[in-house]
Design a protein around this ligand. Structure first.
Ligand SMILES: Cc1cc2nc3c(=O)[nH]c(=O)nc-3n(C[C@H](O)[C@H](O)[C@H](O)COP(=O)(O)OP(=O)(O)OC[C@H]3O[C@@H](n4cnc5c(N)ncnc54)[C@H](O)[C@@H]3O)c2cc1C
Length: 402
């Protein structure tokens, strides 16, 4: 009898990419997604050279490039004109760039590949729990049905409850800050080659990133707008702050954003983002593996979440070996392979985020004085851009080999 299929819970970047990479290696997989009709929604993502390499391995990079926009530089400053960040991908590699892409556009590409590969995809079927034994894993679905699989991959995001069913030390701490974000049509002559940020201390932050088109038939290019807010202000912000006041705050911080904000006329255009810091002592428990945000959710300050999700999928497929090894061993090997990279980015995200989103005074003061200055030193610039590019596996040395 052939092995039963592997269940993947969640059809976001991590789940869809894992389904594709495993199916490409001849593994039978089935996707379970809670949302009845997944639609390509969400704002923009910056995909790093490492994530781009995974897309290339899936044969999707050219399509992603046709939809997205090359981002060559990141520049951030304060209202008084002090440079905080000025990083150019060329300093990492002459050919390197970030790929600004709408989340919906990326998801369409991944889902199209899922369909092409004929992967069974159960939408509107939330997984509520699981039990495993030496033979396999039984999933309990929201409609009461129980289904049996040879292994289970949890890719259902930072706020996964299923993760708690793994016998692994873990915590998921909701981050005290979140954001509102949207994609707006780029006004004529609006700069489209750099990610632009403006900071006031760590309590105000506006980010603009070119993200290309929503779909192949679309002519309009979009700019992703990100506005940081404490979670306490995020709940019910439209009643308490209101769109007009929010736009005034944005323009006061960064007057150049005014032409873009002409396209923001309804509070419903802005999506709320909340994130959590997820830590697990290891990512596998027998026949169950956690990947993507479910395994290592972090704040989006380093622009790595979707990138990491793609790398997880790719590295899992690379550990399949002959495929006769048994899932617990494959998952354990995957964990060893991912450890240094994921630990580095978890620590870097934890260390950097309060400098950009918090009520702290000293950390952003130090940031404003030393980041711009440090970035002019070739070694610091190299390390910073390598961190952004998603390749570092340690503070002093170590590079990811994809
Ligand atoms: C404001 C913001 C900006 C960001 N910017 C960047 C960036 O520039 N670059 C970057 O690389 N990353 C960025 N990220 C991070 C990135 O969006 C995430 O890391 C990535 O989308 C995580 O994908 P995932 O598949 O792990 O989880 P998710 O996208 O959360 O997908 C989880 C899926 O699981 C489904 N699900 C949940 N529970 C169940 C269940 N019980 N049963 C079945 N299905 C279930 C959900 O419906 C969902 O479809 C950003 C995030 C935010 C919030």
């Amino acid at each position: 009898m052939p092995d039963p299929s592997v269940a993947i819970v969640g059809a976001g970047v991590a789940g869809a990419a894992a389904a594709v990479r495993l199916a490409e290696r001849g593994i039978a997989v089935e996707l379970y997604e809670a949302v009845p009709e997944p639609r390509p929604i969400g704002a923009g993502l910056l995909l790093q050279p490492t994530g781009q390499r995974v897309l290339a391995a899936m044969g999707l990079l050219n399509d992603a490039l046709a939809l997205g926009t090359r981002v060559d530089r990141l520049f951030g400053d304060t209202p008084s004109g002090r440079t905080v960040l000025d990083m150019s991908y060329r300093r990492f590699h002459l050919e390197a760039y970030g790929l600004g892409i709408q989340r919906g556009a990326l998801m369409e590409l991944l889902w199209r590949r899922v369909r092409q590969l004929g992967i069974p995809w159960h939408c509107g079927r939330a997984v509520e729990g699981f039990e495993q034994d030496e033979e396999g894993v039984v999933l309990r679905l929201s409609d009461g049905e129980a289904v049996w699989h040879s292994a289970l991959i949890l890719a259902n995001g930072s706020f996964s409850k299923l993760r708690e069913g793994m016998k692994v030390a873990q915590h998921a701490r909701p981050f005290p800050w979140g954001a509102v974000w949207t994609v707006l049509p780029a006004p004529p002559a609006f700069p489209q080659i750099e990610l632009r940020q403006r900071f006031h201390s760590a309590s105000q932050m506006l980010g603009l990133m070119p993200v290309g088109k929503a779909g192949a038939g679309d002519a309009e290019h979009g700019i992703n707008l990100f506005w940081s807010l404490p979670v306490a202000a995020l709940d019910g912000w439209h009643e308490r702050i209101g769109l007009d006041r929010l736009k005034q705050q944005m323009t006061a911080l960064f007057p150049d954003v005014a032409p873009l904000l002409a396209g923001l006329h309804d509070a419903a255009q802005l999506r709320e983002a909340r994130y959590a810091d997820v830590w697990m002592s290891r990512w596998h428990d027998g026949r169950v593996l956690a990947i993507g945000d479910c395994a290592h959710g972090m704040s989006p300050q380093l622009g790595q979440g979707a990138n990491m999700a793609l790398i997880d999928a790719h590295e899992l497929a690379a550990e399949l070996g002959g495929g006769r090894d048994g899932w617990p061993r494959v998952f354990a090997r995957y964990g060893r392979r991912r450890r240094a990279h994921l630990r580095f980015y978890g620590q870097a995200s934890k260390g950097l985020t309060p400098m950009f989103q918090s009520h702290a005074i000293v950390a952003p003061w130090l940031r404003d004085r030393f980041f711009g200055w440090g970035g002019r030193l070739p070694y610091i610039h190299q390390q910073s851009i390598a961190t952004l590019a998603g390749v570092k596996t340690g503070w002093l040395w170590g590079r990811l080999n994809l």
